[in-house]
Design a protein around this ligand. Sequence first.
Ligand SMILES: [Zn+2]
Ligand SMILES: [Zn+2]
Length: 440
Amino acid sequence: MPTLLIQNGRVISPADALDAPLDVLVEDGVIRSLAPAGQTPAGAPADEVIDARGLVVSPGFIDIHVHLREPGGEVSETLETGLAAAVAGGFTAVCPMPNTRPVMDRPESVRWQIERAREIGLARVYPIAAVTLGSEGEALADLPSLAAAGAVAFSDDGKPVKTAGLVRAALEITRGLGAPLIEHCEDSSLSAGGVVNAGPVADQLGVKGIPRSSEEVCLARDLVLAAETGAHLHVAHLSTARSVEMVRAARAGGVQVTAEVTPHHFTLTDEALLRYGTSAQMNPPLRTERDVEAILGALADGTIDAIATDHAPHAPELKARPLGDAPFGVMGLETAFGLAMTYLVHTGRISLAGLIRLLSVNPASIIRRPGGRIQLGGPADLTLFDPNCERTYSVAESRSRSRNSPFDGWKLKGAVAATVIAGRVAYRSASAPRETGHTR
Ligand SMILES: [Zn+2]
Ligand SMILES: [Zn+2]
């Protein structure tokens, strides 16, 4: 039974009311003891020791929205490269969206993905399956069989579930399954042909705009149906100030709704298009200062439950096409934590415990899977990070197969030092404290 001892770290686990210097002893993938730092019980030697002095030991980060492109899009990412990027970003688990080719709408595909991830042995994978067959919005997929195969949620991400009738039928089923329906809120009759947020930047670039109403109209429809069915609706990549208000009001009215935002939507505005071109082109598009401010407020007051990356790698040749022809999306797995630390924690908007809620505690509870805790007998999924380490992100060094990030060259304060999954060190930063040796 291999053992791992993480010594002298500041262990923060908001769900366990923990914030203290502790030694964490892991045996057989499970947390065996939590002792005051330096006082690890005698008779507990370890095969491997990590000196975590100066580091925070957090429950492992969970990204509930990624695109890993396999099968069908291996030119941009594979499960292997995507999961390597995930662990480098501090994520112990990720939820891939089903818009692969073919779309993940069959139990066999879900089982294949789980099995393949197990072989790769990096981050855990909790698949999201399609709501409708082929995500085409015509007929519901067999949601109970997909859940039985291991799907933790359902989404037609890339687009919304096409009709209100299908959303309601799906919610009636997902309510019984205890799984969220995740909506990419967009009304294509308002957004079709759009490239960036509707406004002066779109005008300046001479491209069609995507109005905020495209997101808000679809969100309104879905909130009404979540209220009517009592089922759990999770809003993906929320991007506007009014969407924030709508989620806040719905929740106050008793609707079971949760929401996520991406790091790019709380750090950038549509002005970024002028600077980064297609590397800042995504859907929903970057909005304006007013929207970013509303999102920052909602992250601080708990209206937004989770930070999710919407990691959307696209091979360089695809992103080299002109604005409008290039596919939507940006990478996010390796920059999410550094951006959140720099723009949320170091600016004083949220606490470290608040950030851990957004990256670990709440994502685990949204998908109803273990995680988000550091407790005796619980799985040893841990993210070790240095809150003050400054690092310049270099996309050339990314573990992803793609390079579409607007954050290349950004100096970020806060860096992942190690990622531990079921007691195994799945990632260790080159500049992190090295293993101190064996105690036996
Ligand atoms: Zn989406
Ligand atoms: Zn997405």
